[in-house]
Design a binder for this molecule. Structure first.
Ligand code: UDX
Length: 455
């Protein structure tokens, strides 16, 4: 079990008073974790998804994706009898609270968010709502969506209402972030309906509130914007340091020392200042694009135009990584054996959605390199998207006979590699796409070490 969860059990028995019947609609990264955590908090939970295979896996206690702590939580919640999964929406009819946790991916060929799944979830829920029940949006949506969905909920046969309660969980820390959030945000309607919604959400999050988690009760628009602006800020912080990496590369400066030095200023802070290949995943890239698209719709394109630069800086890191590899291999990748270490968009995840690492791996191959790739968790998810790449189980296998080793995701096991571990390579060239290795260690052993933003 993840650290903190057992302490949580003890706290739970002290503070737990209200148990609610909860449904969670959408059982992906967000919904599956939310459902398991709500059951852990003592509520009776039913998770719903249209994907039969996902529901079967969750019913059997298997997490359909890699997330530390989730398998243990599913096992204990399933055993307690408080957690069930179904594909049948009618089974949610007796729930007091319905969380909407479906995806809002980027629309094909556009920057805007695709709200098809959110709309379908709420629409199919309408006939099963009971008087006094609360629909709670968790999905990341463009500002204005909650007001529209509240009007939809008003058309239900029962007297139900809607609240917006954005989720800030990070993959890899999803269980920890859900059980112990750093803040709770409730977007509620004005007046009595808002007070009722607030009281219900307070019962849902009673344990977190008992440990003084900050709680912000606000309107729909603010709650929606809190989520997208937080992600926009984080993306901007990463692209800021990656822009500094471009300047550092041209001037012989070291961006990691620069980040350490500016990070000591408490107003800036060192977190999210790791320069390298940039951000990917199922949230930051699509959220900044959807936010920009929403700004345009509102006639406020100028206010969010900077997010276009944030996106462009981020995507340039991938070009630069391919260029650096080409340079290090004498100007051409054709026929060169490149070992790729890391495919997931970040460590402790098997997620390759918009992964900079997988993108670079495929681009190296497109330029003629013989790419042999590995990742501790993301080989299967990568293979589904890119069956043409060669995958092996370990860094040592990938590096055997390689002309260059390229580290693209900073998994702990790659950060801890030593030159002796990779003695089976053909050329002693290592390229650090995440500034996660010690240059001195590799150079002292006779290797060529190059990175993004370090001399
Ligand atoms: C993010 C937000 O952090 C979370 O609050 C929100 O709910 C969902 O989106 P997540 O996508 O899980 O979470 O990943 P995060 O840890 O934020 O990393 C995003 C990307 O930024 C990764 O590709 C990571 O490698 C990259 N990153 C992060 C950097 O390049 N440098 C950093 O300093 C930090």
């Amino acid at each position: 079990m993840v650290s903190g969860v057992s302490a949580f059990h003890a706290e739970l028995s002290r503070t737990k008073a209200v148990e609610l019947k909860i449904s969670v609609i959408g059982c992906g990264y967000l919904g599956a974790v939310h459902a398991a955590c709500m059951a852990e908090l003592g509520h009776e939970v039913i998770g719903v998804d249209v994907d039969r295979a996902k529901i079967d896996a969750l019913e059997a206690g298997h997490a359909p994706f890699f997330e530390p702590g989730l398998p243990e939580l599913l096992a204990s919640a399933n055993a307690s009898g408080r957690l069930r999964f179904t594909t049948d929406m009618s089974e949610v009819a007796d729930a007091d609270v319905h969380f909407i946790a479906v995806g809002t991916p980027q629309k094909k060929g556009e920057y805007a968010a695709d709200l098809t799944y959110v709309d379908a979830a709420v629409t199919s829920l309408l006939p099963y709502l009971s008087d006094g029940s609360l629909v709670v949006g968790k999905s990341t949506v463009p500002v204005g969506t909650a007001a529209r969905l509240a009007a939809l909920v008003d058309t239900a046969p029962a007297d139900a209402s809607l609240a917006w309660n954005p989720e800030f969980l990070r993959e890899g820390f999803a269980v920890k972030d859900t059980l112990g959030p750093d803040r709770l945000v409730y977007g509620v309607p004005a007046g009595e309906a808002g007070e009722r919604a607030t009281a219900i959400l307070d019962s849902v999050y009673e344990v977190a509130l008992a440990r003084d988690t900050p709680r912000i009760v606000t309107d729909f628009a603010t709650a929606e914007l809190v989520k997208v602006s937080a992600n926009a800020f984080l993306a901007t912080k990463i692209s800021f340091i990656n822009a500094m990496a471009e300047i550092a590369e041209a001037t012989g400066a070291d961006v990691t020392q620069l980040a350490d030095a500016i990070g000591h200023d408490a107003r800036i802070g060192r977190r999210f200042l790791n320069s390298g290949l940039g951000f990917g995943g199922g949230c930051l890239p699509k959220d900044i694009r959807a936010f920009r698209a929403r700004g345009e719709e509102l006639g406020l394109g100028k206010s969010l135009a900077f997010l276009g630069e944030v996106d462009a800086i981020n995507l340039r890191r991938r070009d630069r990584m391919v260029e650096l590899t080409r340079e290090a291999l004498g100007g051409s990748l054709d026929g060169k054996h490149v070992a790729v270490l890391g495919l997931a968009f970040k460590p402790d995840s098997d997620d390759v959605r918009d992964s900079p690492s997988l993108d670079v791996a495929t681009r190296l191959r497109a330029e003629g390199a013989i790419v042999v790739a590995t990742d501790p968790e993301a080989i299967e998810t990568s293979r589904r998207l890119h069956p043409e790449l060669d995958y092996v189980e370990s860094a040592i296998e990938a590096a055997a006979g390689a002309d260059a080793v390229v580290v693209l995701t900073e998994w702990k096991q790659y950060r801890e590699l030593t030159p002796a571990d990779l003695s089976g390579t053909n050329g002693q060239v290592i390229l650090d796409g995440r500034n996660c290795l010690d240059p001195k260690l590799w150079r002292d052993a006779g290797w060529v070490y190059r990175s993004l933003g370090r001399p």
